[in-house]
Design a protein around this ligand. Structure first.
Ligand SMILES: CC(C)(COP(=O)(O)OP(=O)(O)OC[C@H]1O[C@@H](n2cnc3c(N)ncnc32)[C@H](O)[C@@H]1OP(=O)(O)O)[C@@H](O)C(=O)NCCC(=O)NCCS
Length: 201
């Protein structure tokens, strides 16, 4: 009989926090109540929410999501960590990233991201998600990281390809988007693939 899987150390009671994370241009940190306006700014933009399962937000929607994130912060460790991506240069929260231990016994996690449109195509999502992948395979000892997106969301899957993730699956009409049933891509990377890449680039 296989042994009962243990929780990875990062999820055991008393695990040390790994926040904030720092990248060259961003700080990934816990969200605060002061971030309301910055969150509401991108969450009301129809272009930002086009491929998301939420939005465009009312003020009440943003209040609820922020309250949920603040409530989650009372627990550490936790399986799902939503973070503010704060732009170092101007201090704004320019996006949110999510990191989740989706399958702890298999040391598998996933991530997601949304950024304010004013900051698109400047490499911020790649920078943030790259930091999450390095965290996962480094300090957190994970072995597989994946992410999914609407197959039409070119910006999102380009980020994953830039990070060396492989397109593993196309799920046909597996879920409902704002405009109907959508196709979903799943991209993934393994710890040893990331390590091999780090030595070749
Ligand atoms: C998806 C998203 C997070 C990407 O963030 P970003 O900071 O712009 O990403 P990056 O700048 O790191 O990389 C984007 C890449 O996609 C490319 N790209 C974006 N739109 C494109 C398009 N329509 N056609 C071709 N390439 C496109 C950019 O040129 C860039 O690639 P490059 O560096 O090779 O030029 C951002 O567009 C966003 O917040 N979208 C709304 C929320 C969302 O859809 N989140 C993802 C849910 S799965």
């Amino acid at each position: 009989m296989p042994k009962k899987p243990e929780l990875p150390p990062a999820l055991r009671p008393g695990a040390e926090t790994w926040l904030p994370l720092e990248t060259p241009r961003l700080i990934l940190r816990e969200v605060t109540a002061n971030d309301f306006d910055d969150i509401h700014d991108y969450a009301t933009d129809p272009e930002v929410v086009r491929y998301m399962f939420w939005g465009p937000n009312t003020r009440r929607d943003t209040r609820n999501v922020l309250a949920g994130w603040l409530r989650d912060q009372r627990r550490w460790p936790r399986a799902v960590v939503n973070m503010a991506a704060q732009h170092k240069a101007d201090g704004r929260m320019i996006g949110a990233v999510r990191f989740a231990f989706v399958d702890p016994p298999r040391l598998t996690c996933d991530f997601g991201y949304s950024f304010n449109r004013a900051y698109w195509n400047q490499g911020f999502a790649t920078e943030a998600a790259g930091a999450l992948i390095d965290l996962a395979f480094g300090r957190l000892g994970m072995r597989r990281v994946f992410a999914t997106c609407d197959a039409r969301n070119i910006g999102s899957w380009r980020v994953m390809e830039k990070l060396g993730m492989r397109r593993e699956a196309l799920f046909r009409q597996d879920t409902q988007a704002h405009d109907g049933w959508r196709d979903t891509y799943l991209y993934a990377i393994l710890a040893d693939e990331r390590a091999a890449r780090a030595t070749t680039v």
